[in-house]
Design a protein around this ligand. Structure first.
Ligand code: HEC
Ligand code: HEC
Ligand code: HEC
Ligand code: HEC
Ligand code: HEC
Length: 191
């Protein structure tokens, strides 16, 4: 188990063990505005981004998440910011810094900035931000305190099944397999 919650075999026995452990942990977690999933104990280097954007610098200015991350239909994704949002400030702020010169070039080209994805749920697993936002789960519950983060990395284990289920148990959200897997609940895929 050293390598964290993300490593999953197909053993249902192991699954039951893990569900029990994560449920006990989650019950102690406060319900509001706190990180609810475990830190990612495995290595999680930050990818190199096309522009060295820092959440720490920008959240210290008092900016809200939703200024940059909206939840467009159908609601699975929190979008990456439009470059024009950055340029509302950076048309003047720090405009001679090399990173901001690069930012202005992206803005002029009209191409979206090719941000490298940090968190990604295994393809095929059913995921949506929308249901979680509607249930009043805060960003910090799953992503941790990003206001302390310069280069974004997978600081929490939110993409692992143990984290999903631990929180679902704590909030009385559904935990039957078909909530998140398209295959029938009593038949995990053959490996
Ligand atoms: C001024 C714009 C801005 C604000 C405000 C902002 N972000 Fe971001 N966020 C970005 C940009 C740009 C990226 C892509 C670069 C990166 O990963 O650092 C990003 C990436 C992320 C990612 C990683 C996405 C992935 O690839 O998996 C998370 C998680 C995130 N933001 C959460 C938050 C949260 C939570 C808040 C509020 C507390 C917030 N952000 C506020 C601009 C912003
Ligand atoms: C219930 C847990 C949870 C909550 C709450 C949550 N996220 Fe996420 N977030 C995730 C997961 C899981 C992913 C990876 C999703 C994927 O693979 O598309 C993700 C991905 C992202 C991404 C990358 C783009 C995308 O949508 O895949 C951004 C940006 C992001 N989250 C920002 C936020 C912000 C801002 C908030 C609060 C408004 C928030 N998240 C709330 C779990 C959560
Ligand atoms: C509300 C205004 C505002 C918005 C919106 C904003 N920034 Fe900034 N940004 C700042 C300020 C202020 C600084 C600090 C400038 C300084 O240190 O001189 C900064 C610093 C930076 C730096 C570091 C520059 C350097 O080398 O010192 C980068 C890179 C950056 N921002 C990128 C972005 C990106 C990308 C976006 C859009 C996702 C964005 N900013 C949105 C105000 C903003
Ligand atoms: C921090 C707590 C938390 C985490 C972490 C979390 N969830 Fe949820 N999830 C909830 C809550 C609460 C609901 C809302 C249940 C409701 O509306 O009755 C929900 C609802 C859902 C739904 C909609 C269920 C339905 O039938 O409407 C899906 C799908 C889902 N979550 C998948 C995931 C996946 C996949 C992960 C992990 C990648 C995950 N969740 C992580 C708390 C969480
Ligand atoms: C709340 C969401 C959720 C529920 C409920 C859930 N899973 Fe998962 N499951 C996931 C996520 C997320 C992953 C991907 C984990 C990773 O990549 O580390 C996963 C991965 C798996 C895998 C690895 C193979 C694959 O499909 O990628 C198996 C096997 C699995 N789950 C079985 C089950 C079984 C059996 C149940 C019912 C007892 C169940 N899961 C219920 C979210 C869930």
């Amino acid at each position: 188990m050293k390598s964290g919650w993300g490593i999953w075999g197909a053993s249902l026995g192991a699954a039951v063990l893990l569900l029990g452990a994560s449920g006990a942990r989650a019950q102690q977690a406060p319900q509001t505005a706190k990180q609810e999933v475990l830190d990612n104990l495995g290595p999680h280097p930050a990818p190199t981004q096309p522009i060295p954007y820092s959440h720490k610098t920008h959240l210290a200015l008092g900016l809200q998440c939703q200024m940059c991350h909206t939840n467009p239909d159908p609601g699975s994704l929190m979008a990456f910011p439009a470059t024009s949002t950055c340029m509302t400030c950076h048309a003047s702020d720090a405009k001679d810094k090399p990173a901001i010169v690069g930012l202005a070039e992206f803005a002029k080209s009209g191409q979206p900035i090719p941000w490298v994805r940090v968190y990604q749920v295994t393809p095929g697993v059913t995921w949506t931000h929308r249901k979680h936002l509607q249930a009043d789960i805060q960003c910090i519950a799953c992503h941790g305190d990003v206001s302390q983060v310069d280069a974004m990395a997978q600081i929490t284990s939110v993409t692992s099944m143990g984290s999903c289920i631990g929180c679902h148990q704590a909030h009385n959200a559904p935990t039957i397999c078909i909530t998140c897997h398209a295959w029938p609940s009593d038949q995990p895929p053959a490996r």
